[in-house]
Design a protein around this ligand. Structure first.
Ligand code: ZN
Ligand code: ZN
Length: 393
């Protein structure tokens, strides 16, 4: 079985490359993946794989049954959306959509899951159980396509016992995979703050409320939420990234807007922190004679890799490659909507090496220069098929 998957993955490499080039040339923004959905649906249809679409607007859920379909049910997931970035790469398959680019490798994830689907369908007499294929929209945008796929039943009828996701990883060379057990990625919540007060002539500050000074105090005070209220053993980040107010040298503005992000690796602390952040802002603003409005929409949760599933997936990865080529990866303060699945069923999110060997780390994701060594497509499709055929919990 392992050898057959490897052979098929090698045989379809030109088709994988063609699919990836097509998707890369035609990127679509979050929740607008209409052509991508049609492309995925057409491939599945041509291979005789049953599917449901649209799910959550532009998602696809496919089903492949092996022998004894009820014996085990697992889900494999890919995200399909692109980013609002102008591609800088001069390659024949560069984005044809101005200002939109597959800069996070979701074209690679979609291609590899399609490749895995083809392989599993070809070999369906040789593995047991059912594989659910989840092609989701909107990973890059609130509220996260994963949460909508779950809402629209992607994890029901039948309910998988576990779910596997993969992400391109420019820090690892092609030929390597990265795994981590337990808490692996942070929650991410956006913070929107408005500081309001009576502005006025800069020469008469005593007759105004200085919103610039009040907002400055808020920015400084918020750092104490991390340094004084957080358990030092729990990683967490609060960054204020935009400070917008005023327009000239002698007018104190009536309003200042602050934008930021809060990340945590503990769901209890996460919501305690939201309250500390709100209270800090309200009270500091009040002390300065200003008023504050705060919005912290709940974003992506912490991503937890289930111990059993991750151990099983890692052992299978070592069989597929070898122990040398399967690495431990560090936790990250980035966020990923795959975390929503990890809240519902046991999950494993692992990393696919995509850097060209000998060239060091490639450009990181979310940059106009991001690209991959396409040999990664063969490994990505093959390992997803192998995990689909074998992983259990
Ligand atoms: Zn991304
Ligand atoms: Zn991504």
């Amino acid at each position: 079985m392992l050898a057959k998957i490897k052979t098929l993955a090698k045989d379809i490499f030109p088709q994988l490359q063609a699919m990836r080039h097509h998707l890369h040339q035609h990127p679509e923004l979050s929740f607008q993946e209409h052509q991508t959905m049609a492309f995925v649906a057409e491939k599945l249809r041509s291979w005789g794989i049953a599917f449901r679409a649209p799910v959550a607007g532009t998602g696809v859920v496919g089903i492949i049954e092996g022998k004894d379909p009820g014996s085990r049910i697992v889900a494999l997931r890919a995200d399909m959306d692109a980013l609002p970035i102008q591609e800088a790469n001069q390659v024949p398959y560069a984005s044809q959509h101005p200002g939109v680019m597959h800069a996070c490798g979701h074209d690679v994830h979609t291609t590899c899951l399609l490749g895995a689907a083809y392989i599993l369908q070809q070999l369906r007499e040789e593995w047991h159980g059912t594989v659910k294929l989840i092609f989701q929209p909107g990973e890059e945008k609130h509220p996260g396509g994963a949460s909508l796929m779950i809402r629209d039943g992607a994890l029901e009828n039948p309910r998988p016992s576990c779910i596997i996701g993969m992400h391109v990883h420019p820090e690892l060379p092609v030929g390597y995979l990265g795994f981590r057990t337990g808490i692996s990625m942070a929650s991410a919540d956006e913070i929107y703050i408005t500081i309001k007060g009576k502005g006025g002539h800069a020469a008469s500050p005593h007759l105004t409320t200085d919103t610039i000074l009040a907002a400055s105090q808020v920015v400084v005070a918020l750092q104490q939420v991390i340094s004084r209220n957080k358990n030092p053993f729990s990683p967490s980040v609060l960054s204020i990234c935009a400070f917008n107010g005023g327009y000239t040298t002698n007018v104190i503005p009536t309003e200042v807007k602050l934008l930021g992000t809060f990340r945590a690796m503990d769901e209890t602390w996460r919501f305690q922190a939201h309250e500390r952040i709100r209270q800090t802002i309200y009270h500091v603003a009040e002390a300065m004679g200003a008023e504050a409005e705060v919005e912290i929409p709940v974003g992506y949760p912490c991503l937890i890799n289930d111990e059993q599933v991750t151990h099983a997936a890692r052992a299978l990865a070592e069989q597929y490659l070898d122990a040398e080529h399967v690495k431990d990866v560090d936790p990250r303060m980035g966020a990923e909507d795959f975390a929503f699945y990890s809240q519902v069923i046991p999950a494993c999110f692992f990393r696919l090496g995509v850097a060209s060997p000998g060239k060091g780390e490639g450009p990181t994701v979310h940059t106009p220069q991001f690209d991959i060594d396409e040999q990664a497509l063969e490994i990505g499709a093959g390992i997803m098929a192998w995990l689909g055929a074998r992983v259990t919990r």
